[in-house]
Design a protein around this ligand. Structure first.
Ligand code: ADP
Ligand code: ZN
Ligand code: ZN
Length: 667
C-alpha cells in the first residue's frame, strides 16, 4: 500500500500565533521529523522555523516547499513543543519565537550540525559530602522525595530564613533524582551564580554531572553544556532563567532558588516567568518543583497558604542557631535635626564603621544606585540635565567624568557651565555608589575600600577578583549595589550598612514595599555569618514604614499580613491578574492616541468584570526616543482576559510607526 503523502506544519520564528503548512520535497522526506529546525520561504523572506507537526490534509492546496531541514536529530521533544505552545498562549507570544527562545543562541540563529565538544581539563572538585540533616530539614525533604519516587508532579515552597540550610535540602533532593538516573534543573538568579555556588554543586555531584548555563558564558561554551545535557551526560543543570528550557532527559526535579527574584521574568517576547514555566514543565513530565526563598513572593506565599496547588515547607531555625543580626533603623530626619551635615553617613553608621575597622572585621555598604551624583542641575535657572532620548535625569560618573543615561546607556561629557544659562552654578546632587566610596575614603584613609557594581565589574573576571580579595580580607569595606546583596558568605563581615532604604521604596510600583522588604532582608543576611555576631544599620527617612519595621524584626509573616491586606483592598496580585498593553511611538501624539483607541476598544469588548486602567504614560514615559503609553487590564483570573484579547488586537488599527506589546503578569 502507498504511504500517504505528509505535509509539514511549521512554526516560523515570528510573533505569530498560527502555524503554516509546507510541502516536503522528495529528497527531504526521510529526514523530516517533528522537533527539527527548517528553513522556509515566507513572504519575500527566508526564515527559520520548527517543524511542529506532520499532517495528511493541509488546509490549503497551494503550498510552498520546505527549503532545508537543519537537523539530523530533533532538537525539541514533544513535551518541549507542548510547553512552548502553552507559553505562547499564556504570554500572548508567537509559537515560533517561543520555540526559538528555548534554544541556545547559535542554534536559534541557524547553526547547522553541532561541532564535537572540546574537552576541558577537569579541575580537582572541592569535595562537598552530604551533611546529616537536622530534623527540620529532614521533615522538609520527605514530601519532596516522596513525590520524586512516585514520579508524580507536586509543587513545594520551602520558606526558610537565610542560613537555615535550604541549599542542603535542594542538594539532597537532587541526589534522590540522580539515584533514579533522572535529571534535575536548578535555577538561581544570575547574580548569585557565583563560583561559590557552582563549586558547591560540582563538589557534591562531580564536574561531569553538573552543567552550568548563564549569560556571562561564551556562546560556544553554552552550546557545549547544552549538548552535554541533551546527551544525558550532565544530569544536574545549574543556571539562570533560560536554563528552564535545558534539554534535560527524564526530568525529575526543578528547583528555583530565591523564587521571588524579579530576574525570573523575561523582559522581551516571550515575556514568561520562569516559575510558571517550571510548574507547567513539571506537570507535563511528572517532575517535582521546589521553590525556595527567605522572602517568598506574595503570589507564591498566597498560593502556598490559601490554595492547595503549592505545599508549604518551613525551616524556622538557622543552622547552629547562629542568631540573625540585630538591625538598627536610623531616622535620617532626626540626624538632620540634630545638626548632622553628612547625608551619606549617620553618626551611628560612621561610629560602627570605625569600630569594625578597629576590630579588624569587614563591612558591606549597600546602595542600589550607581554613579557619583544622581541629579545634576543648575542652581541659577533650574535646568536639569536629562537624556535627550529618554528624558530621565542623567547620572554623573566620576571615574569617566561623564554623564550617563541608565536607560539607554548614552553618555555625554559632564558640563562645567549650565548648557541653558551658561552660569557656573552647576550642582551635583543625589548619592550613588561612587560617591559613597569616595566619602568613605575621605573618612577612613587607611582602610582598603572597593566598589562592586556594574561599572566596577565591566572587565571579565573582575567580579571574581573583587570577591576573592574580599574573602582574603584584602578589602576592609565593600560598597555595592544589589550585586552584593545576595549569596555572599564571608564570616568576617560583621557590619552591613544600608545607605538608603528609600530608593526602592519610592519607586512608583505597587511592588515597591515588597522589593524593599526583600532587599533589606537579603542584605541583612550578609552580616554575622561566622562566629562573630553581626549588626545591620538601615538609614531611612521613613523609619516607620511597615516594610522597614518588618525587616528590622526579620518578620516575614508580619510583612506578608500587612501587604496582602493592601493587595486585597486594591485588587492587585495575587488577587488580580494583570495584562499590560503598551504602545510605543517616536511621536507622542500617536502613542497617546493609539492608547486611547485601544482603551476604548477594551471598554467596549471586554466583559464588565474586567477593569481597564488608563491609558497613561508608562513609568518611564520615554525610552530610546520612543514615547510609551500603557493600559492595564485587571481581572480575578486570566481566562476572560485571554479570551477577549484576540478580538481587541484585531479591532485595533495600529498607526504607522507605532508598536504594541502585550505583557501578561508584568513586573
Ligand atoms: P540557605 O540556603 O538557607 O541560606 P545553606 O544551605 O547555605 O542555607 O546553609 C547555611 C550553612 O549551614 C552552610 O554553610 C551549610 O553548609 C551549613 N549546613 C546546612 N545544613 C547543614 C546540616 N544539616 N548540618 C551542618 N551544617 C549544615
Ligand atoms: Zn542654568
Ligand atoms: Zn537615555
Amino acid at each position: 500500500m502507498k504511504e500517504p503523502q505528509l505535509y509539514a506544519e511549521v512554526a516560523v520564528a515570528l510573533p505569530l500565533r498560527n502555524t503554516f503548512h509546507y510541502r516536503i520535497p522528495k529528497h527531504l522526506q526521510e529526514q523530516a521529523a517533528v522537533g527539527k529546525r527548517v528553513r522556509v520561504s515566507f513572504g519575500h523572506q527566508h526564515l527559520l522555523g520548527t517543524l511542529v507537526g506532520m499532517v495528511e490534509h493541509p488546509p490549503l492546496k497551494q503550498l510552498k516547499t520546505i527549503d532545508e531541514i537543519l537537523d539530523d536529530q530533533p532538537l525539541l521533544d514533544l513535551q518541549m513543543l507542548e510547553l512552548t505552545r502553552w507559553m505562547a498562549e499564556i504570554y500572548q507570544a508567537g509559537w515560533g519565537e517561543t520555540l526559538a527562545a528555548a534554544l541556545p543562541g547559535p542554534l536559534r540563529r541557524g547553526l547547522k550540525g553541532m561541532r564535537p565538544r572540546e574537552e576541558e581539563p577537569l579541575q580537582a572538585p572541592t569535595p562537598n559530602p552530604p551533611l546529616r540533616l537536622t530534623t527540620e530539614q529532614q521533615k522538609a525533604l520527605e514530601p519532596v522525595v516522596e513525590s520524586i519516587r512516585d514520579c508524580r508532579h507536586a509543587a513545594f515552597l520551602l520558606h526558610g530564613v537565610t542560613g537555615s540550610g535550604k541549599t542542603e535540602v535542594y542538594l539532597q533532593a537532587i541526589q534522590e533524582v540522580l539515584s533514579q538516573d533522572r535529571s534535575s534543573i536548578m535555577l538561581v538568579p544570575e547574580i548569585s551564580l557565583t563560583p561559590q555556588t557552582i563549586e558547591r554543586f560540582q563538589g557534591r555531584f562531580g564536574r561531569e554531572t553538573v552543567a552550568v548555563l548563564h549569560s556571562g558564558m561564551l556562546e560556544s561554551r553554552r552550546l557545549q553544556e547544552w549538548q552535554r545535557i541533551r546527551s544525558g551526560e550532565a544530569k544536574v543543570v545549574v543556571g539562570a532563567r533560560s536554563a528552564i528550557f535545558a534539554p534535560a532527559r527524564n526530568l525529575g526535579l526543578i528547583v528555583i532558588d530565591e523564587e521571588h527574584e524579579p530576574s525570573y521574568k523575561q523582559e522581551d517576547a516571550p515575556r514568561y516567568h520562569a516559575r510558571e514555566v517550571a510548574i507547567q514543565r513539571g506537570k507535563l513530565c511528572g517532575a517535582a518543583v521546589l521553590l525556595g526563598s527567605a522572602t517568598p513572593s506574595l503570589e507564591t506565599y498566597y498560593r502556598a497558604t490559601s490554595e492547595s496547588s503549592i505545599h508549604l515547607l518551613r525551616l524556622q531555625e538557622r543552622i547552629d542557631e547562629v542568631p540573625l543580626p540585630k538591625v538598627q533603623v536610623v531616622d535620617m530626619r532626626q540626624e538632620l535635626a540634630a545638626g548632622r551635615r553628612s547625608r551619606i553617613f549617620s553618626r551611628p553608621l560612621e561610629d560602627a564603621l570605625a569600630e569594625t575597622l578597629k576590630g579588624q572585621q569587614q563591612g558591606i555598604l549597600f546602595l542600589n544606585r550607581r554613579g557619583f551624583a544622581t541629579l545634576v542641575h543648575c542652581r541659577k535657572c533650574g535646568h536639569v540635565l536629562r537624556c535627550k532620548s529618554c528624558q530621565i535625569s542623567l547620572i554623573y560618573h566620576m571615574a569617566t567624568k561623564s554623564m550617563l543615561c541608565h536607560s539607554c546607556k548614552v553618555s555625554v561629557s559632564a558640563p562645567e557651565i549650565c548648557p541653558q544659562c551658561r552660569s557656573d552654578y552647576v550642582r551635583f546632587q543625589g548619592i550613588g555608589t561612587e560617591r559613597v566610596e569616595s566619602e568613605l575614603a575621605r573618612l577612613f584613609p587607611k582602610a582598603a575600600i572597593e566598589r562592586m557594581d556594574t561599572d566596577a565589574t565591566k572587565v571579565r573576571g573582575s567580579h571574581a577578583r573583587i570577591l576573592g580579595a574580599f574573602s582574603e580580607h584584602k578589602i576592609d569595606l565593600l560598597v555595592g549595589t544589589q550585586m552584593i546583596a545576595k549569596g555572599l558568605d564571608f564570616p568576617r563581615v560583621t557590619l552591613v550598612g544600608v545607605i538608603s532604604a528609600d530608593t526602592a521604596l519610592n519607586l512608583p510600583d505597587f511592588r515597591s514595599a515588597e522589593r524593599t522588604f526583600n532587599l533589606l532582608t537579603q542584605v541583612a543576611g550578609r552580616a554575622g555569618r561566622g562566629r562573630m555576631p553581626g549588626r545591620v544599620i538601615v538609614q531611612t527617612y521613613t523609619p516607620h514604614h511597615y516594610a522597614i519595621q518588618a525587616a528590622k524584626e526579620h518578620d516575614y509573616l508580619s510583612f506578608y499580613r500587612q501587604e496582602i491586606a493592601i493587595r486585597r483592598q486594591l485588587f492587585l496580585p495575587p488577587f488580580a491578574r494583570l495584562i499590560r498593553l503598551m504602545v510605543r511611538s517616536p511621536r507622542e501624539s500617536r502613542a497617546s492616541a493609539a492608547a486611547e483607541q485601544l482603551a476604548a476598544i477594551c471598554r467596549q469588548h471586554l466583559a464588565p468584570s474586567i477593569q481597564v486602567v488608563g491609558p497613561a504614560p508608562a513609568a518611564i514615559p520615554r525610552l530610546r526616543r520612543q514615547y510609551r503609553w500603557q493600559l492595564l487590564l485587571k481581572a480575578s483570573t486570566l481566562e476572560p482576559l485571554q479570551q477577549g484579547l484576540p478580538e481587541i488586537l484585531q479591532q485595533f488599527h495600529r498607526p504607522n510607526g507605532c508598536y504594541l506589546t502585550v505583557d501578561v503578569d508584568p513586573l
